[in-house]
Structures are given as structure tokens and as C-alpha cells.
Ligand binder design. Structure first.
Ligand code: GLN
Ligand code: ZN
Length: 769
């Protein structure tokens, strides 16, 4: 291979594109179909039109090979489940009766049948449906969707490459089906699965596919030797097939580590690797194995999951290095563009100068095409783009938005002592007991109360100018009054104001902090037809004025019982936003923490004696590789403490996390040094209480006794039984009584009954002490 021939062949490609359409047409069509307002044919037509639009857009921009099969009515892992025939037994009849309705039944469940479980796709905010497998699973190939979509793209005269979830990743993402032993390892099904992939590959070849991409992102996680062996075997076997297209094995989201030599040696024709900063180690590792002689390398140099304009010159340097390492080097985004919004051109409210710092899917496509052209034909052919890019990067780097001297000075002056409470926990606990005078097993809730239609209407009315600020304020106050009076009547000990003024627990704060940007159309798929618009952490963060004090003090003015202040913690503020890529995440977290610290201090000064700082994202933000955990946990816990350590010892700091399995972060939870933590526990029968106890967790805790994920009302006996289980692990002096999470998705009727039962349970169990 010579670098000249490798360069001349360079082409631009992507692995996937946002599915929803510029106006979220897909969401509207699917939800219309569910409601019976859109026919199946109309839904299919909308979907086909969206695919065509995407492919044309990509091809017109200069993408040499468009991806197919990445489109989905719900989720591409669920599509894979259909492709390999792993439909759970309980959904079989529905799928046989009508594949489309059966597909949605697997995704969403029906009156009688539970859906597949949903969980996060690696460390993104996209959720996939978890395959359910067991020793009895029989795979059968169904290549219909893949073949049909490939043919659609070909019919438009485009060169296309089907993209599939690879067999190893598919199995590694699966879990034992209900009724199957929990220690069943889905990877043991590999030999049964490979022939099914072989069939699909044969069908795609017959349809004319020159290349097929198999995505194996699971290989960027820590893998056991047995798992790496499985990967080796899978690609040895698939590579040995004769009736197949050329295979491109793709990885993204992190470095491949030990899996890199395995894939580099595999008898496949190409590898796609992430070369963004997070996976920078791939470059050296690739050189260390001697590159990919005779193979195609697809270089993910444009970040596919963040929204910043690419540094084209830096990417060209990376690409230049890679030229010597493969026969052909193509340019791509690091992962599917599914994880970014469609087009910055839709944004009207962001200043044009700042908009140029951003690149959504459409802009990233242009960056990829530009880089491929620069590589193939020389940088002089892209000099206009390079100088515009230089100007955009300089504008961002030199902007007062990204460099606020006051914020910089403050973060630089932070000391270790700022992130430590003034007294150790035991002394604080005594001071808080005296100050708060709570009963044993105090009752509380997690913050939000039902977000009713009226509240959403009030917000829409305010946005549309149908009511003014004062009118909106009245409606919010009326809601707070209702929430407070209900809690008093029910006998809850530590009250909340109910969060009626919040559209979303991150967005609400982002809108009030300087340095955050909001988009109007920056929708990204979270799961199924649910899309979110993550705010953008664009600049140095400061808090121009208090964000929650008004509502909390108003609520407190209505009651003699303590009302909890309610904030979203720094890690969660980062996790559910697009983050800066021009400074370490820890620096951004520290800025957010200081802004929140001001809010915490102001709440205390206004008379709030209990303040909760939610960190539901602490665990999900864990890096994919264990080697990266300590560094993350250090800044994550420090930023939490920085935001909460400015208060007096008798002010009680709560935190909340919504998950039951936190084994790998239990030490970090301890390191937060919060006085009280509430966690999800109802469905796992208080498992967390036992885990906290096993760890020797010394502080107060409220493992949830009310599962808020369903409208079901737990009886008082049921909640009491859970409490008694909690008491087996946590002594009464340190046990709180609360639901699993906030109540915003619940209706009022079930909320009322459930909380009444929860208070009854607390009273019953107190009497038994
Ligand atoms: N305080 C928030 C609420 O009650 C917490 C939500 C969450 O943990 N996801 O809604
Ligand atoms: Zn929660």
C-alpha cells in the first residue's frame, strides 16, 4: 500500500442518520398509527419518504456510500431481534398475526403482555430494547427489512451499504429471558446465531451489496478473554463464508483496546474505528499491530455524538497518519449521526456567529465530505472550508462566552476545603436531628408531583403570550398550594413544592444559567417516539440570579413543616446536555457546581433547612471502561460536594438517584457525603438497603417503598412489609420512607392513594419499634 493510493481512494460515509425527519414526521406518523388516525400504508409511505430524503441529502452532500437498514420504527436492536427471529414467546402470536403491530407490542407492551426491557445504548442517551434469550432460543433469518431498504436506496441510483448490529454485540446486549436462569450467558448462543447472519449476508449479497457493515460497539467495553475469543471466532467464521459481501466491522464510543488486534487479524475486508479524542488510543494501537494491510479503514474523525464544529486541520493530521496504515482510508463520523440533531439551519434563536460553532448531522456530513475531498485531492481543494473553519474555531476560542474571567477566577480559587462540609457527618446528623425534630422513619417524596395537562397548558399559554408572567405565576402558586395542602393533610413530614414550574429537571436550570444554549429544533431520539432537546453547555457557567428560591420560599410560607429545596446536581446537568469539548469535563462540572452552590446557599439563607440535589445520572455517566472510572468519580463526587458544602451543619443535604443497582458506585455515593439519600428499591424488594448496609454506609437513606413506574397503588401493608425489610438492613434512626422517584408522570388519583398508604405504613411500623 502507498499513502498516495490510499489517499486517492478516500471516500466519505456515515453509519446512520437521524430518523425522525426535520419536523419529527416519523413521531407524528407512528403516534397517529397507534391512535388509529394513520393507516399502516400511510405510516410506511412516510417512513419510505423520510429514508429517501435522508439518502438524497447525504448523496447530494457528497457521501459516497449511504447507510441502509439504520432506519427504524422504534429501535435498531429490536429490528435485529426481528432479523434473527428472536421474538419472545409471549409476543409470537402478535408478531405472526401482524408484523408491524407485533413489533410495536414488543416495544411498548399491550394490556396483557409486557414489553421488552429498555436500557441505555452504551453511554449515550438513546435507549434500546433488550433482547431476551435462553438455552431454548431458536434463531431464524428474516432479512426482509435489510434487503428492502438496501433495494430502495439502490433504486435511487445510490451506492449503499447495509448497516447491521453485529452478532457479538447483539448477544452481549441481551439478557436471559424471563424464566431462564439468571446466570445464563447469551454468548453461548453464538454458534446458533452465526448461520443466521450468514443467511442474511447471502441475501444482501444477492441483492447486490458490495459491502455490509457489522457494528460491534460492545467491543469497546472491558471484555473477558472468553468474550474476545467469541469475537475472534465470529469473524473467522463470517469471514470464511464465500457467499457474502465485503465486511466492514465497526466500533465506536471508545477505544477498542484488546479487541483491536482481534479484529485487525480477522479475515474481514474493513474496520471502522473511532478516532475522536475519547478513543484517541486507537491510533497508536492500530500502528502497534502494524495497521491494516490490504484492508479498508473507515476513520471516525468527526464526533458523531456531540454538536461542535470539527477541527478540520486536526482531523486531516489524524487522517494523514492513518494513510500509512491501510490500503484505503475513508472518512466518517465516529458513530451513527442518530445521536445529534438534524440541522443547525433550523435554529432561528441562536446568534449566527454562535451557530457557526455548532455542527448537527447535516453539517457533520459536510465536514466528512470536505475531509474526504481534502484527503483525496489535496488540501488546496478545500482551502475555503479550511479558512472558514479556522475562523469559526477562533471565534469560539476567543469568545467572552467561553471565557468569562469572573468564572475562571472563581473556579481557579476553589480549594479542597470548599468541597468539604464544615463538620463530619455524625456531628451534622445530631445538629439536624435537633433542628428538624422529625419522627423516626420520616416520610417525604422525591420532588415532583403530577404534571397535569393544566400545567403544560399554562406553560404553552405563557410561551404563546396568551397569559403574562403574572398570570403564569398565579397558576403555579395555585398548584403549589394544592400540593402543600395535600401533603399536610396526608401527614407527610418533609414537604416539597411539587416542581410545577419545571418543564424538565435539566432544561429548567439550563434556561436560567448563563453559558447554556437552548435549541428550538435540536431533537434527538431518546427511545421510540420520545425525542429530547438536550441543552448545550456552550460557555462558562454562571448564575445571574436565584433560580428556585422564590418558589421554595413561597411553598415554605404555606406550612410549618420543612419544605425541601430541590435542585439538579452538576453531573446530571452535564449528562443530559451536550457538553463542551474544549475543556475537561471536570472543569465544566466545577463551574456548574459553583453556580448550584450559590443556589444552595441562597436557599439556606432564605430559611430552607432541607435541600435535595438530585444526581440520577451519576452512575449512567460512568465511562465505558473501568480504567476510566476513578478519574470520573473523582470529579463527579467533588462537584457534588462543591455544590452542597457551603451550608451550615444543621442544614440537611439530600440526594436522589433512580436506580436499584449501583454496586460499582456505592463508594462514590458514600463520597458524596450527603446527609440523606433516596433510591429506587420497591421492585427489587429493598435490595439497595442491603447493599448500602453491606458497604457500611453510615448515613440516612430512603430506599423507595412505592414503585412510581406504574399506576398501580401499593397497599399500606405492602409498603409496611418493604419498610420492615428496610429495617433489617438500616436502623430506624437512619431510615426514611419515600417513593422510588418523582411523581410527575403519575396521575393525581393514584398519587393520592399511594402516598396515603405510604404514610399509614410509616405510622404502623413506627408503632412496632
Ligand atoms: N426531583 C426530581 C423529581 O422528583 C427527580 C427526578 C429524577 O430523579 N429523575 O421529578
Ligand atoms: Zn429518580
Amino acid at each position: 500500500m502507498t499513502t498516495e493510493t490510499a489517499a486517492a481512494a478516500a471516500r466519505a460515509t456515515v453509519y446512520g442518520y437521524p430518523r425522525q425527519g426535520r419536523n419529527r414526521e416519523l413521531k407524528k406518523a407512528i403516534e397517529g398509527y397507534w391512535k388509529g388516525r394513520v393507516t399502516a400504508d400511510a405510516l410506511r409511505a412516510t417512513a419510505a419518504e423520510l429514508r429517501r430524503t435522508n439518502w438524497r441529502e447525504l448523496a447530494e452532500a457528497g457521501i459516497g456510500e449511504v447507510p441502509t437498514g439504520d432506519f427504524s420504527y422504534y429501535d435498531h436492536v429490536l429490528d435485529t431481534t426481528v432479523m434473527v427471529g428472536a421474538v419472545p414467546e409471549r409476543h409470537r402470536a402478535a408478531v405472526d398475526a401482524d408484523p408491524l403491530d407485533g413489533f410495536f407490542a414488543m416495544a411498548r407492551g399491550t394490556q396483557d403482555v409486557a414489553p421488552l426491557e429498555m436500557t441505555k445504548w452504551f453511554d449515550t442517551n438513546y435507549h434500546y430494547l433488550v433482547p431476551e434469550l435462553g438455552p431454548g432460543t431458536v434463531f431464524t433469518a428474516d432479512s426482509t427489512k435489510q434487503v428492502a431498504e438496501f433495494k430502495e436506496a439502490r433504486a435511487l441510483g445510490l451506492s449503499a451499504r447495509p448497516v447491521l448490529v453485529g452478532p457479538v454485540t447483539y448477544l452481549l446486549l441481551a439478557k436471559p429471558a424471563p424464566g431462564v436462569a439468571a446466570d445464563f450467558d447469551p454468548l453461548t448462543l453464538l454458534d446458533r446465531l452465526l448461520p443466521v447472519y450468514a443467511e442474511v449476508l447471502a441475501d444482501l449479497r444477492a441483492a447486490g451489496a458490495e459491502w455490509v457493515q457489522l457494528d460491534e460497539p460492545a467491543l469497546v467495553q472491558d471484555r473477558t478473554p472468553a468474550e474476545l475469543n467469541a469475537a475472534e471466532r465470529a469473524y473467522r467464521d463470517l469471514g470464511a463464508l464465500t457467499d457474502r459481501s465485503k465486511l466492514l466491522v465497526a466500533s465506536y464510543f471508545d477505544r477498542l483496546g484488546d479487541a483491536l488486534p482481534v479484529l485487525a487479524k480477522a479475515p474481514v475486508e474493513g474496520l471502522a474505528l473511532d478516532f475522536t479524542e475519547a478513543a484517541a488510543a486507537n491510533l497508536e494501537a492500530l500502528a502497534a499491530v502494524g495497521g491494516l494491510p490490504g484492508k479498508r479503514l473507515v476513520a471516525g474523525v468527526v464526533n458523531g455524538r456531540n454538536i461542535w464544529v470539527n477541527n478540520l486541520e486536526r482531523s486531516l493530521i489524524t487522517l494523514g497518519t492513518l494513510l500509512g496504515l491501510a490500503d484505503r482510508v475513508d472518512v466518517a463520523a465516529s458513530c451513527s449521526l442518530l445521536h445529534v440533531p438534524i440541522d443547525t439551519a433550523l435554529e432561528r434563536d441562536i446568534e449566527p456567529q454562535i451557530l457557526r460553532w455548532l455542527a448537527f448531522a447535516r453539517q457533520k456530513t459536510d465536514e466528512i465530505v470536505t475531509l474526504a475531498r481534502g484527503l483525496a485531492r489535496g488540501t488546496h481543494t478545500i482551502s475555503t472550508q479550511l479558512s472558514a473553519n479556522r475562523a469559526d474555531l477562533a471565534s469560539r476560542a476567543g469568545s467572552p462566552i467561553t471565557h468569562d474571567p469572573a468564572v475562571r477566577a472563581r473556579t481557579a480559587a476553589v480549594t479542597d476545603a470548599d468541597a468539604r462540609r464544615s463538620q463530619p457527618y455524625a456531628e451534622r446528623a445530631a445538629a439536624q436531628r435537633a433542628a428538624l425534630g422529625l419522627p423516626l422513619l420520616p416520610t417525604t417524596t422525591i420532588g415532583s408531583f403530577p404534571q397535569t395537562g393544566e400545567l403544560r397548558t399554562a406553560r404553552a399559554d405563557l410561551r404563546a403570550g396568551r397569559i403574562d408572567g403574572a398570570g403564569y405565576e398565579e397558576r403555579i402558586k395555585a398548584e403549589i398550594q394544592e400540593v402543600i395542602s395535600f401533603q399536610e393533610k396526608t401527614g407527610i413530614d418533609v414537604l416539597v413544592h411539587g416542581e410545577p414550574e419545571r418543564n424538565d429537571m435539566v432544561q429548567y436550570f439550563a434556561e436560567q444559567l448563563t453559558g447554556y444554549l437552548a435549541t428550538q429544533h435540536g431533537w434527538v431520539q431518546s427511545y421510540g417516539t420520545r425525542y429530547v432537546r438536550p441543552p448545550i453547555l456552550a460557555g462558562d457557567i454562571s448564575r445571574p440570579e436565584p433560580m428556585t428560591v422564590r418558589w421554595t420560599t413561597y411553598a415554605q410560607s404555606l406550612s410549618d413543616r420543612p419544605v425541601k429545596g430541590m435542585l439538579t446536581g452538576p453531573v446530571t446537568m452535564l449528562a443530559w446536555s451536550f457538553v463542551r469539548d474544549d475543556q475537561p469535563l471536570g472543569d465544566t462540572a466545577r463551574q456548574v457546581a459553583l453556580a448550584l452552590r450559590d443556589e444552595v446557599d441562597d436557599l439556606e439563607a432564605a430559611g430552607t433547612s432541607v435541600i435535595q440535589v438530585d444526581e440520577p445520572a451519576l452512575r449512567e455517566t460512568l465511562p465505558l471502561r473501568a480504567a476510566d472510572h476513578p478519574a470520573y468519580l473523582t470529579w463527579a463526587t467533588e462537584s457534588f460536594r462543591l455544590s452542597t458544602s457551603g451550608v451550615r451543619p444543621d442544614t440537611q443535604i439530600h440526594t436522589h438517584m433512580c436506580y436499584a443497582e449501583f454496586g460499582d458506585v456505592v463508594q462514590a455515593i458514600d463520597d458524596l457525603d450527603a446527609d440523606v439519600i433516596s433510591l429506587e428499591a420497591a421492585r427489587s424488594h429493598m435490595q439497595v438497603a442491603r447493599e448500602l448496609a453491606a458497604h457500611g454506609y453510615p448515613r440516612e437513606a430512603g430506599p423507595g417503598v412505592y414503585d412510581i413506574h406504574s399506576p398501580r397503588v401499593p397497599s399500606a401493608e405492602e409498603a409496611a412489609a418493604l419498610l420492615r425489610k428496610g429495617l433489617d438492613a438500616i436502623p430506624a434512626e437512619r431510615l426514611w420512607v419515600n417513593p422510588d422517584c418523582g411523581l410527575k408522570t403519575r396521575g393525581w388519583p393514584e398519587t393520592r392513594s399511594s402516598l396515603e398508604n405510604l404514610v399509614t405504613a410509616a405510622r404502623t411500623v413506627r408503632e412496632e419499634l
